[in-house]
Design a protein around this ligand. Structure first.
Ligand code: ATP
Ligand code: MG
Length: 463
C-alpha cells in the first residue's frame, strides 16, 4: 500500500498552486520529530492500520505543534481506510458523524480521531455536473464527505502548516504544500487560491487569525489580502458553528491578540455587530474593557484555572448595552425594565450570529444584574449578596468595569475590603455607608445627569 503513496493523480493539478503531486519527503535525520514524542496510542493506531494494509499518518495540528515544540492538544490520524474499515480493526472505536463521518478510538480518557482521506468537491465546469449541490452559489462547500487520496486530502486542508503528514513507522514527514518552509518562516499561508478557499469556507478567515495568534505567526500577504472584503461572508455561517469557533478564538490563551487581529481584519464586526458599534462610539472604553477581560482570561488559561464563556461574552457585549438601555428609556421605559429589556434584546440579537447556549446566556444576565445590585449594600443586603453564587463573577466584572475607567465611587475597593473584614468591621462598613449606598452603577449611569441619577437610584431601591 505504501508504494501507492506517490502515484495517485486523480485530481487535475492545474488549479493547484501550492501543492505538489509528489511530496517533499523529510527523512528522520532531516527534521526534529521523534516517534516517542507522540501519543503512544496514536502511534499504535497508525502501526495497526498500516499492518492491515492501509495508509495511515499522524496529521494536522499535532505534527505542526511538535515541529514548533508546542504540546499538541490532541492527536489526529488520517488514513485510507474508511470509517467502517477502521471500526473493524479496533474494538474501542466509535463512528461519529457531525459534519462528516469520523472514528473516535478511546483509550481511557484519551480519544484519537481517525479520519479517512477526503477530497474537495470539484469546482471546475467540466467536473461540476455530478456534484452541483455540494456548493452554494458563492462557492461555499456544503458537504465535503467525499473520500479521496492522500494527495487530495492534503489539498483540501486549509493552511500549508496544517497539511503535514508524519509516518511514525518510517519517521518520515510528507510535505505536499511546503508547510515545513512556512513553519520555518513562521507564516500562515492558505493552500491554493485564497479567495476561492475563503469562499469555500469563510471560517478559514477566523482560523487564519486563530493560528496566527496561537503560534505567533504572520499571515502571508496573499492569505491576508482578501479577508477584509470577504469578512461579511461569515454572516452566512450557521450560528452554532460560530459559537464553537468563538470559544476556540477566545478560550485558548491568546484571546487578547486574537481580538486585535479580528478588529484589524474587520472580522469582529460580523461576529459581534453591536460590540463593533460600541467600539466606534466609545472606542477607548470599549477597547479597554474587552481587552482587559481577554487578558484576564488568557492569564487564567495559562495558569490552568477554569474560565467561563459566560464571563467572556458578558464582557464582549457589555459596552453595547448602554446605547440600547438609553434608547428604551428615551421611549419612556423606566430604568430597571429598560436595563432588563435591553439585555434581553442584545443577547437575542447576538444569538442570531453566535448561538450562545442558554446555560451561558442565563449567567450572562446574572452577571449583569449583579452590577445593579452591588451598589445596594445596606442592612442585610451586602451579606445576602456575598452568599449569592454569582457574587464572585459579579464582583470580578465590577473590577473589570473600573479598570476600563467606569466611575463607581470606590465600589470595587469597598467590596474587596468587605470580603476581608471580620464581622464587627463589616457592621461598621455598613453603618458608614450612610446615604451614599443606594446609587445604581449600571451601564446607563455614565450617561445620566446627577439629578436624574438620584431619582433613578431611589426608584431602583424601591424607596
Ligand atoms: P488545534 O491545535 O487548534 O486543534 P488543528 O490544526 O488540529 O489545531 P483542527 O480544527 O483540530 O485544527 O483541525 C484539524 C485539521 O483539519 C487541521 O490541521 C486542518 O488540516 C484540517 N481542517 C480543519 N478545519 C478545516 C477547514 N475549515 N478547512 C480545511 N481544513 C481544515
Ligand atoms: Mg486539532
Amino acid at each position: 500500500m505504501l508504494k501507492k503513496l506517490f502515484q495517485s493523480f486523480r485530481t487535475p493539478v492545474r488549479r493547484v498552486q501550492h501543492l505538489r503531486t509528489t511530496p517533499e519527503v523529510l527523512n528522520s535525520g532531516q527534521h526534529s520529530l521523534q516517534r516517542n514524542q507522540f501519543s503512544r496510542h496514536a502511534v499504535s493506531i497508525v502501526e495497526r492500520l498500516q499492518n492491515a494494509g492501509y495508509q495511515a499518518y499522524l496529521v494536522g495540528g499535532c505534527v505542526r505543534d511538535m515541529l514548533l515544540n508546542i504540546t499538541p492538544k490532541d492527536f489526529d490520524v488520517a488514513t485510507s481506510a474508511t470509517p467502517e474499515q477502521v471500526r473493524a480493526e479496533f474494538r474501542n472505536a466509535r463512528v461519529i458523524g457531525r459534519r462528516f463521518k469520523l472514528v473516535h478510538i478511546h483509550f481511557g480518557r484519551e480519544i484519537i480521531e481517525v479520519a479517512t482521506f477526503r477530497a474537495n468537491h470539484p469546482q471546475d465546469e467540466e467536473e461540476e455536473d455530478s456534484n452541483q449541490s455540494s456548493r452554494n452559489e458563492s462557492g461555499r462547500i456544503l458537504r465535503d464527505n467525499v473520500y479521496g487520496t492522500l494527495e487530495e486530502d492534503a489539498q483540501r486542508r486549509d493552511f500549508t502548516i496544517n497539511a503535514l503528514y508524519y509516518d511514525p513507522v518510517s519517521e518520515r514527514i510528507l510535505d505536499y504544500a511546503n508547510g515545513v518552509h512556512d513553519i520555518r518562516n513562521r507564516l500562515i499561508r492558505l493552500i491554493g487560491d485564497p479567495v476561492q478557499r475563503y469562499q469555500e469556507d469563510p471560517v478559514r478567515m477566523l482560523r487564519a487569525v486563530r493560528f496566527a495568534a496561537k503560534l505567533d505567526f504572520g499571515i502571508e500577504k496573499h492569505t491576508a489580502a482578501p479577508i477584509r472584503e470577504l469578512a461579511p461572508m461569515l454572516r452566512e455561517i450557521p450560528s452554532a458553528r460560530l459559537f464553537e469557533e468563538s470559544l476556540k478564538l477566545f478560550l485558548s490563551g491568546n484571546a487578547a491578540d486574537t481580538f486585535e487581529m479580528l478588529v484589524d481584519l474587520q472580522l469582529f464586526d460580523p461576529l459581534f455587530p453591536a460590540s463593533t458599534e460600541a467600539l466606534e462610539h466609545s472606542p477607548t472604553y470599549t477597547h479597554t474593557l474587552i481587552s482587559e477581560a481577554l487578558k484576564n482570561t488568557d492569564l487564567r488559561v495559562k495558569q490552568g484555572k477554569p474560565v467561563t464563556p459566560a464571563f467572556l461574552f458578558a464582557a464582549l457585549l457589555w459596552p453595547a448595552l448602554p446605547a440600547r438601555v438609553l434608547r428604551l428609556q428615551e421611549r419612556g421605559m423606566p430604568p430597571i425594565p429598560a436595563m432588563q429589556e435591553g439585555a434581553h434584546e442584545l443577547i437575542a440579537e447576538q444569538c442570531q450570529r453566535i448561538a450562545i447556549p442558554k446555560r451561558f446566556t442565563i449567567p450572562i444576565r446574572e452577571i449583569w444584574d449583579m452590577q445593579e445590585r452591588l451598589p445596594r449594600r445596606s442592612g442585610k443586603r451586602a451579606d445576602l449578596l456575598l452568599d449569592n453564587p454569582r457574587f464572585r463573577a459579579g464582583y470580578d466584572f465590577l473590577l473589570l468595569r473600573e479598570s476600563a475607567g467606569e466611575q463607581t465611587d470606590g465600589l470595587g475597593e469597598w467590596w474587596t475590603d468587605y470580603q476581608d473584614a471580620n464581622d464587627s468591621e463589616r457592621r461598621d462598613m455598613i453603618r458608614d455607608l450612610g446615604s451614599k449606598d443606594e446609587a445604581g452603577t449600571g451601564p446607563r449611569k455614565r450617561k445620566r445627569t446627577g439629578a436624574k441619577r438620584k431619582r433613578n437610584a431611589a426608584a431602583d431601591s424601591g424607596e
